[in-house]
Design a protein around this ligand. Structure first.
Ligand code: ADP
Ligand code: ASP
Ligand code: MG
Length: 407
């Protein structure tokens, strides 16, 4: 008998009718002879609704109370799904994250899972029950409710699959797998039959929100076979797995983009030791995460220093940078919020030269100016103006023949 963990996202449980449909799917897998643990998200829009409620009563809600609030979204869906399963004649029981001992650190709003005690779930499964667990949440050592960050139900599912040694973790969502790029932007995007953990991790980190980054990290670390599938139609979806030497590797597996970044430049900084530290030190102390960094070659003993941050941190980063500018005697500051990061990802890049230049040529042919470039072993990212995002993604998708992939 196989143990399967299934996760259903917000859209999949977005209405009572959809919850009843999920119950039917779960019941079917159970009747096929599997033990099933289900993880659910809050109904679509619910987490945002709760965030807005908090914003109406407080400018700076306590993160602890925020977690108490946000975790209720998932508590609604676990109960409703169990009721729907009972209606379908199944034995089912619901638990919040804390109730099944999903132990996390105490970093409210982005807690990390430290340990899961699977005893209770296992004994329910042995007794023939379907176990329904609230996604996105856990409990710290002192018993405070914590949440795992947006999209965190994916991570709950993978962590449970790892802890229970499930044979597969199935992520049911509103698309039927992982695509060569966001199918909502490019209609020619193709579903991938398989993708490596490594590539999926890059895609998720670079903006493809189909899986939370942490969930892919977990799956990779514990070798959990992970599959992304549609809640609404039958199909084999996309399997995320270890690199298989026999698997024919596409050069590029996918294109990701991130619309949440902003760029800042300090112009005319003295070109001397310690300057990068004096700029990024205060940014770090203000708890602002920096993504890409470039420093120009110095001319006349001065240089320009550019970096990107999350768009939400832009205004604050500008303020910090103005202090730094005065301290260092730099000439000026330039900033741009209307930029995006666009990235090509593929393990095939390791063994093939020339991908970067083809990428740059494609963008040049479309008249798209590249503002920043960063590369690593299996990815190339560029920062371009926001208005060219769609054009850039489509052009690259076609140059690299991603529309020719057959799943
Ligand atoms: P859920 O609510 O089920 O967790 P999400 O909205 O978090 O669903 O993730 C699914 C969405 O991810 C899709 O609707 C799609 O628009 C988006 N997405 C972005 N990049 C990709 C990609 N490469 N492949 C598939 N979906 C993608
Ligand atoms: N409900 C949470 C969110 O909207 C967690 C999730 O759906 O995975 O981010
Ligand atoms: Mg999600």
């Amino acid at each position: 008998m196989a143990l399967i963990v299934q996760k259903y996202g917000g859209t999949s449980v977005g209405s009572p009718e959809r919850i009843s449909k999920v119950a039917e799917k779960v019941a079917k897998s159970y009747r096929e002879g599997n033990q099933i643990v289900v993880v659910v998200s809050a109904m679509s829009g619910e987490t945002n609704r709760l965030l807005n409620l908090a914003a109406e009563v407080s400018d700076r809600p306590s993160l602890r109370e925020m977690d108490v609030l946000l975790s209720t979204g998932e508590q609604v869906t676990i109960a409703l799904l169990c009721m729907a399963l009972h209606q379908a004649g199944m034995k089912a029981i619901s638990y919040t994250g804390g109730q099944v001992h999903i132990l996390t650190d105490n970093v409210h709003s982005k807690a990390r899972i430290k340990n899961i005690d699977g005893k209770k779930i296992r004994s329910d499964l042995e007794a023939g029950s379907i176990v329904v667990v609230a996604g996105f949440q856990g409990m710290d050592e002192s018993g405070n409710i914590t949440t795992l960050g947006r999209g965190g139900s994916d991570t709950t599912a993978v962590a449970l699959a790892a802890a229970l040694k499930a044979s597969e973790c199935q992520i049911y969502t509103d698309v039927d797998g992982v695509y060569t790029t966001d199918p909502r932007m490019v209609s020619d995007a193709r579903r991938l039959k398989t993708i490596t953990y490594e590539e999926m991790l890059e895609l998720a980190s670079l903006g493809a929100k189909v899986l939370q980054i942490r969930s892919v990290e977990f799956a990779s670390k514990f070798k959990v076979p992970l599959r992304v599938l549609s809640s609404f139609e039958e199909g084999e979806g996309t399997l995320i797995t270890s690199e298989d030497k026999n698997m024919e590797q596409a050069l590029i597996s996918g294109i990701a983009f991130n619309k949440d970044e902003a760029k800042l430049t300090l112009v005319g900084v003295p070109d001397q030791p310690g300057v990068a530290h004096r700029i990024l030190g205060p940014i770090g102390r203000a708890n602002i995460e920096v993504d890409m960094i470039i420093q120009n070659v110095g001319v006349d003993n001065t240089t320009d220093f550019t970096f990107t941050v999350h768009r939400n941190d832009y205004v604050q980063a500008m303020e910090v940078l103005e202090n730094v500018r005065q301290e260092l005697g730099a000439a000026s500051i330039a900033g741009d919020e209307k930029i995006v990061k666009l990235s090509l990802v593929g393990v095939g890049m390791r063994s093939h030269a020339g991908i970067a230049s083809t990428m740059f040529e494609t963008l040049a042919n479309e008249g798209i100016n590249i503002r920043m470039i960063s590369t690593s072993e299996i990815k190339i990212s560029v920062v371009i103006d926001e208005k060219y995002l769609e054009l850039g993604v489509r052009a690259l998708h076609s140059t690299f023949e991603l529309d020719q992939i057959s799943a």
